[in-house]
Design a protein around this ligand. Structure first.
Ligand SMILES: O=C(O)CCC(=O)C(=O)O
Length: 314
């Protein structure tokens, strides 16, 4: 068998494994998906962003000094050692136009080829993404159980857009395990529809934890690995108990509800939502009518009062 043919077969069987795991378990780990050269470029970009951040923070007196010379894993942890809750947890503004993140990671050719096989369309990277630093001793970047659809839905609705369905991608920029707050997933939770969520601080949290019947998995990941999961897969992440910073990036690809890897939102919820959306204009109409009635009543009252005043004066 020619070398190219063997590679193509291997790739095709790997794509089918990922599809099958996304469909049945709601997540799949893709080992060594991203070239280490891309990870290195992303880390270099962050090193510069951290340097700029700490130079300014040191000038303001927020941190003792800029801790130049320390590695990406060590530097902000050292700078914010006595105040980890004050450290930034998100580096979106610093990476919005970064070729390393937007091009080399989010639009990596091998990853995009996989997504294209899974959806039978050229992949579209969703506009939302994050680059996260989880510091030891801070709880700011620990996520409660949630489905990403709760976040995504809110973000689209705030932009007055219909909520899109997405496939989430999560990639570590350092070795990640349970010890430094890796992502924990409830296998199979994506088949149970969109769960109710409430706000929990800055987060959206599922009202109920995943059923104890579901297996919970915390994949240990190395730089280059990518964790893919559906927007209905319940997941969370715990504290970083190591002395260094857990760096990661998460982004997403747009799905069509008919894609085999896009689990359905529960039918009862769709009906409720349709009802709510249909009621909204009615409620607005009712509010407008009430305001109009109140204005008319105020006009009548004022006119009667003026007439009475005129009569009294006469
Ligand atoms: O990075 C983490 O710790 C968790 C991220 C997460 O849950 C998410 O992006 O939805």
């Amino acid at each position: 068998m020619a070398e190219g043919e063997a590679a193509a077969r291997l790739r095709s069987s790997e794509h089918e494994r990922v599809r099958s795991e996304l469909e049945t378990r709601g997540f799949a780990v893709c080992r060594s998906m991203l070239p280490l050269s891309s990870i290195a470029r992303a880390r270099q970009h962050l090193e510069k962003a951290v340097d700029r951040h700490l130079q300014r923070a040191a000038a303001r007196g927020d941190v003792p000094h800029s801790f130049a010379g320390l590695s990406l894993e060590e530097r902000i942890a050292a700078a914010y050692r006595t105040s980890p809750e004050q450290a930034p947890t998100s580096w979106v503004a610093e990476t919005r136009t970064s070729l390393a993140f937007q091009g080399m990671l989010f639009r990596d050719a091998q990853l995009c080829a996989l997504v294209e096989t899974l959806t039978s369309r050229p992949p579209v990277v969703a506009s939302r993404y994050n680059v996260r630093s989880k510091l030891p001793g801070s709880t700011n970047a620990n996520f409660p159980w949630h489905q990403d659809h709760a976040f995504f839905r809110m973000q689209y609705l705030l932009k007055k857009q219909a909520a899109k369905r997405l496939l989430a991608a999560w990639a570590p920029l350092v070795a990640v395990s349970e010890a430094n707050g890796a992502v924990e997933l409830a296998a199979g939770s994506h088949t149970r529809g969109f769960a109710k969520h409430t706000r929990s601080g800055a987060f959206m949290a599922a009202e109920e934890p995943p059923s104890s019947a579901l297996e919970r998995v915390v994949p240990s990941l190395n730089p280059g690995d990518v964790l893919l999961f559906t927007d209905l897969t319940l997941h969370r992440s715990g504290p970083n108990l190591l002395p260094t910073v857990r760096w990661s990036a998460d982004w997403a690809y747009e799905l069509d509800p008919s894609d085999s890897i896009c689990p359905p939102l529960a039918v009862h919820l769709l009906r409720n939502e349709q009802a709510t959306e249909e009621q909204a204009p009615l409620q607005l109409r009712n509010t407008r009518s009430r305001l109009l009635l109140a204005a008319c009543a105020a006009l009548v009252t004022t006119s009667v009062a003026m007439l009475l005043q005129k009569r009294i004066r006469r």
